[in-house]
Design a protein around this ligand. Sequence first.
Ligand code: SAH
Length: 267
Amino acid sequence: MNARPRPGFPARLDRPADAVARPAAAAAPRSAPAATTALQRTLRTAPVPQGLGLDSRTVRLAMVHKLAVQGVKDARVLDAMGRVERHRFVDTALATQAYEDTSLPIGLGQTISKPNVVARMIELLLAGRTEPMGRVLEIGTGCGYQAAVLSLLVNEVYSIERLRGLHDKARQNLRLLRLPNVHLLFGDGMTGFAQGAPYAGIIAAAGGEAVPTAWTEQLAVGGRLVAPVARTAGGPQALLVVDKTPAGLQNTLLEAVHFVPLKSGIA
Ligand code: SAH
């Protein structure tokens, strides 16, 4: 629980916004300019929700500043986190909390991950790469927020969700942004999405006891997977990075995390 008082809006920036929200680096993916242009158009034209009294760009840049202080270093990731309006992905009643470092309910017992966790996982996915990443599979679309952030950083995003209600919600949330490189799929992500394979990256927003073999099979050689895993059913989870090398799979277990469970089947 966060015992500290919530900041008022608009939040004050402690250092210039451009110190952290740099324009997309030269390493931006080939398809990024088109996606970015559509997103920027939306940022300019979409109405800010009524009655919130927040300057969303200012609070978003304060969030980005905090992410940088917390240790997120990749300028590409910070830039993308600064562009996507997280408050549009949560219920209006929760919009004033959208830029705090907290997970929030998105319906059907699921949650949108903390900004810090989203940024950390994407940073891990892209780490060590200067070349644009090709196709990425996201397991667990939820409200579509992470898919929108990914769309600014990789060439193609395939995002799969097992709950029809959330798949529809994500479609609605993303419609306004018109991101041509995001493909939303309804289905059981346990089996991945073979039609889009091989993937340069796979990122899971729900944690099981192990990484399904379908995921590592669908990962390209040279590709990387980032997922929460639990050692025992319902036990504590940790972030797992799997690199698929010509010599085989290399696993690296990192810090503890807390994600909703990975479940089989659709509902
Ligand atoms: N990335 C999301 C986070 C959503 S929470 C966001 O930005 O909002 C994780 C999601 O994983 C939940 O919506 C849950 O329904 C979904 N999920 C769990 N098991 C799944 C599976 N086997 N296939 C697809 N989605 C799954």
